[in-house]
Design a binder for this molecule. Structure first.
Ligand code: ADP
Length: 382
């Protein structure tokens, strides 16, 4: 990969047609947060190892992964709440690795809101400005401005306990924005809210994002729908490591690893043998049948798996050209879809299959197959 390509990969919407040096300069100017080979240890536990990524101005990167995978630790390393045991953290090109959180100039929003209970909404939002000794006359207009941004100007004189969870989180966001930080870190900001409120707040965050074109955001979540809705790029975390990093659409449609395919979008991965080119795609053996994909090999000549998402399978009553024979094990109604667990007869592997509730799928037939369009069969290295 050339330097220009590497640079372009690191920023969103890399300007087209620039030479290597121009891209490098653009990247440098736009990088707001940089982690370089960062590791964090808690005693014997390595909570984060060799973590390297950058976040550009105006970009949202979601750290997504299962519980305990190191997401919050990465965020705390950026914020300065945890000392890194090796590596470098930069904010706007400045090495902040040894600086305290207050010296980093970052806005932070956490799951539990962490508002001061005895202070009014206005007092909470003004707190950061006062402790930075902002000019007195500038505080009130700025507090009003950020409260307006999050739709809370009418609640300025209330105490936190007089607000709903969603409203408290809006105040916490206003407080984080008050000091005009270049970087805002959000740690599971929606997970304490009920489902309806979460949806509203997700919409709010999307709207707010567009009002802050120069702010870099890092958003920690275990919820893939939040990551897909908000993030320009997603960093998939696994076992204290950065597993994959890429544009949300790329990771979803062309997952680079088996874990990414299963964690983001819930694919099942079929381990293929005897894989060879087939037109523009690939053909291989699985159990007692052949399967095709319209996608090409992921590079390298190691083993590959075919990854299929639950929505890409269809139940059929006759042997299809691109499918496997199954039995139905379990069915779960999930609102718009029935989620069916099907077991492949030849291999015993379980597959998740989503059947739209309006589709009358033949789940009770004597013999059943699931089939997938070769265009929807993804290829992952194993
Ligand atoms: P996530 O945010 O992905 O759920 P964390 O970053 O909180 O994961 O944790 C990563 C790992 O570090 C886990 O194994 C967790 O148990 C461990 N860990 C986190 N905080 C501490 C701590 N203060 N002391 C010891 N171990 C910790």
């Amino acid at each position: 990969m050339s330097r220009a390509e590497r640079g372009a990969e690191r920023i969103v919407n890399a300007p087209k047609g620039l030479d290597d040096d121009a891209v490098d300069r653009t990247v440098r100017r736009r990088v707001a947060v940089g982690l370089d080979a960062v590791a964090v240890r808690y005693g014997d536990t390595v909570a984060l190892r060799d973590c390297t990524f950058e976040v550009a101005r105006g970009e949202t990167v979601a750290l997504l992964g299962p519980s305990g995978s190191g997401k919050s630790t990465a965020l705390k390393a950026i914020a300065g709440f945890e000392q890194v045991s090796s590596g470098t953290v930069t904010i706007d090109g400045r090495d902040v690795t040894r600086l305290s959180p207050a010296e980093r100039g970052i806005g932070i929003v956490v799951q539990s809101y962490a508002l001061f209970p005895h202070m009014s909404v206005r007092g909470n939002v003004a707190f950061g400005l006062k402790s930075r000794r902002a000019e007195r006359s500038s505080i009130r207009p700025r507090v009003d401005e950020v409260l307006r941004m999050v739709g809370m100007e009418e609640y300025a004189d209330r105490l936190p306990k007089q607000l709903s969870g969603g409203q408290q989180q809006r105040v916490a966001i206003a407080r984080a924005l008050a000091t005009r930080p270049d970087v805002v870190l959000l740690d599971e900001p929606l997970s304490a809210l009920d489902a309806g409120m979460r949806k509203d707040m997700l919409g709010e965050l999307q709207r707010l994002r567009s009002e802050l074109p120069d702010v870099a955001m890092v958003y920690v979540t275990h919820d893939q729908s939040e990551a897909l809705a908000l993030a320009d790029r997603i960093a998939i975390m696994r076992d204290a490591r950065l597993e994959s990093l890429g544009r949300a659409e790329d990771l979803f449609h062309r997952p680079p690893t088996e874990f990414t395919a299963t964690f983001l979008g819930g694919a099942d991965v079929l381990e293929m043998t005897d894989v060879h080119p087939d037109g523009a795609g690939l053909r291989g053996s699985y159990g007692d049948t052949a399967l095709r994909t319209a996608r090409s090999a992921p590079g390298g000549d190691g083993r590959v798996g075919f990854a299929v998402r639950p929505w890409a399978w269809r139940f059929v009553r006759t042997a299809p050209s691109n499918g496997v024979e199954v039995t139905v094990e379990q069915e779960q109604w999930r609102g718009a879809v029935r989620h069916v667990t099907a077991r492949v007869l030849a291999t015993g592997q379980k597959l998740g299959v989503d059947v739209p509730v309006l589709v009358d799928a033949p789940l009770k037939a004597e013999r059943l197959w699931v089939e997938a369009d070769p265009a929807d069969v993804m290829v992952v290295p194993l």
